[in-house]
Design a protein around this ligand. Structure first.
Ligand code: CUA
Length: 132
């Protein structure tokens, strides 16, 4: 009986280990893990969204290193869409929204507000520059 229990324990540990490993997102797909054992840094930025701009409106990051944006709307609900990296989040007024992704290619990409927020909504955008 003890043997069976031990086997069950070991196999469940093994299974949990596999599940944990398998649940990590693929590179560039959705939110990236922040924990990295000190091997990589996370590129962190704080942004403000308001009618009708993002501040700062240009962000420069390095390729293949996770990016963490903390975005706060100071007036009405806005959105933050960065379609090239599958990001689209709603920004509730007065709340900080964390957006995470790992840019897997270099270039210049546009982000924009994805929640209708008034007459200037269409022009509420910014630029992500990803360098090698
Ligand atoms: Cu801000 Cu639409």
């Amino acid at each position: 009986m003890n043997k069976v229990l031990a086997l069950l324990l070991i196999s469940s540990l093994f299974l949990f280990g596999c599940v944990g490993y398998g649940s990590q997102p693929a590179p560039g797909a959705g939110p990236a893990p922040v924990e990295n054992g000190g091997m990589m840094t996370v590129q962190e930025f704080s942004l403000t969204a308001r009618q009708w701009e993002f501040q700062p409106s240009t962000i420069t990051v390095k390729k293949d290193i996770p990016v963490k944006l903390t975005i706060t709307s100071t007036d009405v609900a806005h959105g933050f869409a960065l379609t090239d990296f599958n990001v689209n989040s709603r920004l509730e007024p007065g709340q900080a929204t964390v957006v995470q992704f790992t840019p897997d290619r270099a270039g210049t990409f546009n982000f924009f507000c994805s929640v209708v927020c008034g007459s200037g909504h269409g022009g509420m955008r910014g630029t992500l520059v990803v360098t090698e």
